[in-house]
Design a protein around this ligand. Structure first.
Ligand SMILES: [Zn+2]
Length: 204
Protein backbone atom coordinates (compact mmCIF):
# COMPACT_ATOMS: atom_id res chain seq x y z
CA UNK A 1 0.00 0.00 0.00
CA UNK A 2 1.35 3.39 -0.96
CA UNK A 3 0.70 6.39 1.21
CA UNK A 4 0.59 9.91 0.04
CA UNK A 5 1.60 11.59 3.26
CA UNK A 6 0.92 15.27 2.97
CA UNK A 7 1.39 15.92 6.66
CA UNK A 8 4.14 18.50 6.36
CA UNK A 9 7.21 17.49 8.24
CA UNK A 10 9.31 20.45 9.26
CA UNK A 11 12.56 18.54 9.37
CA UNK A 12 14.62 21.32 7.82
CA UNK A 13 13.12 23.83 10.20
CA UNK A 14 13.42 21.71 13.27
CA UNK A 15 16.20 23.80 14.75
CA UNK A 16 13.94 26.82 14.77
CA UNK A 17 11.12 25.20 16.66
CA UNK A 18 10.83 24.95 20.36
CA UNK A 19 8.04 23.44 22.38
CA UNK A 20 6.79 26.97 22.91
CA UNK A 21 6.23 27.27 19.19
CA UNK A 22 4.10 24.14 19.26
CA UNK A 23 2.00 25.58 22.04
CA UNK A 24 1.57 28.82 20.12
CA UNK A 25 0.42 26.90 17.06
CA UNK A 26 -2.03 24.93 19.17
CA UNK A 27 -3.42 28.10 20.65
CA UNK A 28 -3.95 29.41 17.13
CA UNK A 29 -6.00 26.31 16.33
CA UNK A 30 -3.24 24.75 14.24
CA UNK A 31 -2.35 21.14 14.81
CA UNK A 32 1.32 20.56 15.62
CA UNK A 33 3.22 18.21 17.85
CA UNK A 34 6.64 16.81 18.55
CA UNK A 35 6.51 13.26 17.22
CA UNK A 36 7.16 10.49 19.72
CA UNK A 37 8.58 8.28 16.95
CA UNK A 38 10.99 10.54 15.06
CA UNK A 39 11.20 13.50 17.44
CA UNK A 40 10.41 15.94 14.63
CA UNK A 41 7.67 18.53 14.63
CA UNK A 42 4.72 17.43 12.52
CA UNK A 43 2.76 20.53 11.70
CA UNK A 44 -0.64 21.02 10.11
CA UNK A 45 -3.66 18.77 10.49
CA UNK A 46 -2.85 15.25 9.29
CA UNK A 47 -3.89 14.38 5.76
CA UNK A 48 -3.45 10.93 4.25
CA UNK A 49 -4.74 9.66 0.95
CA UNK A 50 -5.04 6.41 -0.95
CA UNK A 51 -3.89 6.45 -4.57
CA UNK A 52 -6.29 3.67 -5.49
CA UNK A 53 -9.27 1.72 -4.18
CA UNK A 54 -8.28 -1.58 -2.52
CA UNK A 55 -10.27 -3.35 -5.26
CA UNK A 56 -7.80 -1.96 -7.82
CA UNK A 57 -4.71 -2.45 -5.68
CA UNK A 58 -5.40 -6.17 -5.41
CA UNK A 59 -5.53 -6.72 -9.20
CA UNK A 60 -2.58 -8.26 -11.06
CA UNK A 61 -0.62 -6.02 -13.42
CA UNK A 62 -2.28 -7.74 -16.36
CA UNK A 63 -5.76 -7.24 -14.93
CA UNK A 64 -4.94 -3.61 -14.30
CA UNK A 65 -3.81 -3.17 -17.90
CA UNK A 66 -6.69 -5.05 -19.50
CA UNK A 67 -9.69 -4.59 -17.21
CA UNK A 68 -9.18 -1.35 -15.32
CA UNK A 69 -8.70 2.37 -15.74
CA UNK A 70 -7.61 4.78 -13.06
CA UNK A 71 -6.82 8.48 -12.71
CA UNK A 72 -6.38 10.57 -9.57
CA UNK A 73 -10.17 10.83 -9.20
CA UNK A 74 -11.81 8.06 -11.20
CA UNK A 75 -11.48 4.30 -11.40
CA UNK A 76 -13.36 1.67 -13.37
CA UNK A 77 -12.86 -2.07 -13.12
CA UNK A 78 -14.58 -4.35 -15.62
CA UNK A 79 -15.43 -7.90 -14.70
CA UNK A 80 -17.06 -10.54 -16.89
CA UNK A 81 -20.54 -9.64 -15.77
CA UNK A 82 -20.28 -6.03 -14.65
CA UNK A 83 -18.22 -2.87 -14.24
CA UNK A 84 -17.49 -1.33 -10.84
CA UNK A 85 -17.11 2.44 -10.53
CA UNK A 86 -15.04 4.30 -7.96
CA UNK A 87 -14.33 7.94 -7.19
CA UNK A 88 -12.09 9.60 -4.67
CA UNK A 89 -13.59 11.60 -1.82
CA UNK A 90 -12.55 13.38 1.37
CA UNK A 91 -13.43 12.00 4.76
CA UNK A 92 -13.08 14.65 7.44
CA UNK A 93 -12.74 13.93 11.15
CA UNK A 94 -12.94 17.07 13.30
CA UNK A 95 -10.15 17.61 15.84
CA UNK A 96 -11.29 19.32 19.03
CA UNK A 97 -9.88 22.85 19.30
CA UNK A 98 -8.21 22.68 15.88
CA UNK A 99 -9.58 24.53 12.87
CA UNK A 100 -8.57 22.03 10.18
CA UNK A 101 -9.94 18.47 10.36
CA UNK A 102 -8.01 15.19 10.13
CA UNK A 103 -8.35 14.30 6.46
CA UNK A 104 -8.50 10.90 4.80
CA UNK A 105 -8.53 10.71 0.99
CA UNK A 106 -10.53 7.56 0.34
CA UNK A 107 -12.15 5.82 -2.61
CA UNK A 108 -15.81 4.92 -2.66
CA UNK A 109 -17.72 2.72 -5.05
CA UNK A 110 -20.82 4.33 -6.48
CA UNK A 111 -23.50 3.29 -8.95
CA UNK A 112 -22.98 3.66 -12.67
CA UNK A 113 -25.65 6.34 -12.75
CA UNK A 114 -23.93 8.34 -10.00
CA UNK A 115 -20.55 7.84 -11.67
CA UNK A 116 -21.77 9.10 -15.02
CA UNK A 117 -23.29 12.15 -13.36
CA UNK A 118 -20.05 12.83 -11.47
CA UNK A 119 -17.95 12.52 -14.64
CA UNK A 120 -20.36 14.73 -16.59
CA UNK A 121 -20.36 17.51 -13.98
CA UNK A 122 -16.74 17.11 -12.87
CA UNK A 123 -15.61 20.44 -14.34
CA UNK A 124 -18.76 22.26 -13.29
CA UNK A 125 -20.11 20.56 -10.15
CA UNK A 126 -23.77 21.21 -9.41
CA UNK A 127 -24.53 22.48 -5.91
CA UNK A 128 -26.57 19.93 -3.98
CA UNK A 129 -25.44 16.90 -5.99
CA UNK A 130 -24.81 13.83 -3.88
CA UNK A 131 -24.46 10.08 -4.16
CA UNK A 132 -24.54 6.96 -2.05
CA UNK A 133 -21.19 5.18 -1.81
CA UNK A 134 -19.33 2.33 -0.08
CA UNK A 135 -15.89 2.98 1.39
CA UNK A 136 -13.28 1.00 -0.57
CA UNK A 137 -10.11 1.38 1.51
CA UNK A 138 -8.89 -0.08 4.77
CA UNK A 139 -8.04 2.95 6.84
CA UNK A 140 -5.18 2.15 9.22
CA UNK A 141 -5.48 2.27 12.99
CA UNK A 142 -9.23 1.56 12.80
CA UNK A 143 -10.99 -1.79 12.56
CA UNK A 144 -11.83 -2.70 8.93
CA UNK A 145 -13.42 0.31 7.22
CA UNK A 146 -14.18 -1.20 3.84
CA UNK A 147 -17.90 -1.33 2.99
CA UNK A 148 -18.93 1.37 5.43
CA UNK A 149 -21.95 3.13 3.91
CA UNK A 150 -21.70 6.81 3.17
CA UNK A 151 -23.22 9.80 1.45
CA UNK A 152 -20.99 11.77 -0.88
CA UNK A 153 -21.54 15.48 -1.39
CA UNK A 154 -19.94 17.33 -4.28
CA UNK A 155 -18.14 20.56 -3.52
CA UNK A 156 -18.36 23.43 -5.94
CA UNK A 157 -15.05 25.07 -5.08
CA UNK A 158 -12.66 22.73 -6.82
CA UNK A 159 -12.27 20.30 -3.95
CA UNK A 160 -13.00 16.60 -3.95
CA UNK A 161 -16.45 15.55 -2.73
CA UNK A 162 -17.02 15.23 1.01
CA UNK A 163 -17.86 11.86 2.49
CA UNK A 164 -20.29 11.56 5.38
CA UNK A 165 -20.48 8.09 6.92
CA UNK A 166 -23.96 6.80 7.75
CA UNK A 167 -24.42 7.06 11.50
CA UNK A 168 -27.00 6.60 14.21
CA UNK A 169 -26.84 2.86 14.95
CA UNK A 170 -26.05 1.64 18.45
CA UNK A 171 -23.12 -0.40 17.15
CA UNK A 172 -21.62 2.34 15.00
CA UNK A 173 -18.04 1.73 13.81
CA UNK A 174 -15.34 3.71 15.72
CA UNK A 175 -14.58 5.78 12.60
CA UNK A 176 -18.25 6.76 12.34
CA UNK A 177 -18.24 7.85 15.99
CA UNK A 178 -15.05 9.83 15.41
CA UNK A 179 -16.53 11.62 12.43
CA UNK A 180 -19.68 12.47 14.39
CA UNK A 181 -18.05 13.40 17.71
CA UNK A 182 -14.61 14.54 16.62
CA UNK A 183 -11.36 13.41 18.23
CA UNK A 184 -8.97 14.96 20.71
CA UNK A 185 -5.66 16.39 19.51
CA UNK A 186 -3.96 13.60 21.45
CA UNK A 187 -5.85 10.94 19.51
CA UNK A 188 -5.13 12.73 16.22
CA UNK A 189 -1.46 12.65 17.12
CA UNK A 190 -1.64 8.96 18.00
CA UNK A 191 -3.29 8.07 14.68
CA UNK A 192 -0.94 10.29 12.64
CA UNK A 193 2.14 8.80 14.30
CA UNK A 194 0.82 5.33 13.61
CA UNK A 195 0.22 6.09 9.93
CA UNK A 196 3.48 7.97 9.41
CA UNK A 197 5.73 5.49 11.12
CA UNK A 198 4.05 2.14 11.77
CA UNK A 199 1.63 1.64 8.87
CA UNK A 200 4.07 2.96 6.24
CA UNK A 201 6.90 0.82 7.57
CA UNK A 202 4.69 -2.23 7.52
CA UNK A 203 3.55 -1.49 3.97
CA UNK A 204 7.01 -1.33 2.40
ZN1 LIG B 1 7.34 11.54 13.19
Amino acid sequence: MKWEARCSIASNKQAFYTLNTVKELEMAGIFAYRCGSCDEIHEGSPSFGFDEPDHYACLTDEQKAVNARITSDFCEITFEDRTDFFIRALLEVPIHGVSEPFLWGVWVSISQKSYERYVETYDAPVEGDGFFGWVCNSIPWYPETRNLASDIYVQTVGLRPLLRLHSGNTDDHPLILDQVNGITAAKAQQIAEFVLHTATAAAT
